[in-house]
Write a protein of this length. Structure first.
Length: 197
């Protein structure tokens, strides 16, 4: 953990911390639970994740999206960096479009079960064109500047079911989602969509 010259709290955070006598705890959490590099346990958690959530904002456009894949689809690439290959989606690009304009992003990793975990990763996002695995459009990189585990007490103990049948396999192929068959959307699929008829 490194010393930081700036606090992770702004005056809105402080106002509520003071209103509910939370400033001491907030300061203790910032001092002892805010990291600038991934710990070994963070790397293991991230690289075994089958999903995470990404939050972005640019002006009035705010988005929180789900990203999923086979374990290992998110790769830790350095002491404070990670990346994933972006899969075929619905072509709205709400999260990544926001990140192009305002690159600060927040990632939330959660593990359900008898021993739940939660990890937040905030940082700067970059979108890279270039060689990607088949079925992927681009590589998304995040340089983290805030890494902190978060209390998992309200995470439910869900029974794990099978992975989504839509996660691309090693060849990049995946099942076709029903919405791509909708008459009013079928003709709007991108030219390189793997499910275009």
């Amino acid at each position: 953990m490194s010393e930081r010259s700036t606090s992770m709290y702004h005056d809105g955070h402080r106002e509520l911390q003071d209103k509910f006598d939370g400033r001491r705890m907030a300061d203790a959490l910032e001092k002892h639970r805010r990291f600038s590099t991934f710990r070994e346990r963070d790397v293991s958690f991230i690289e075994s994740a089958e999903f995470f959530f990404i939050a972005t904002a640019h002006g009035p456009s705010v988005d929180c999206s789900f990203r999923g894949g086979a374990p290992g689809f998110v790769r830790v690439t350095g002491p404070a960096s990670l990346e994933w290959s972006d899969y075929d989606g619905n072509s709205m690009y709400r999260s990544l479009g926001n990140a192009m304009k305002s690159p600060r992003v927040g990632l939330l990793f959660i593990e359900f079960g008898a021993h739940p975990k939660r990890l937040r990763v905030n940082g700067i996002c970059a979108l890279l064109d270039g060689p990607t695995p088949k079925g992927h459009k681009m590589t998304v990189q995040v340089s983290a500047d805030e890494i902190f585990p978060n209390c998992p007490r309200y995470i439910p103990d869900l029974t794990k079911a099978a992975a989504s049948s839509f996660v691309p396999d090693e060849t990049g192929s995946s099942a076709k989602p029903d919405w791509k068959n909708a008459e009013d959307l079928r003709g709007a699929l991108p030219a390189n969509d793997p499910h275009r008829e």
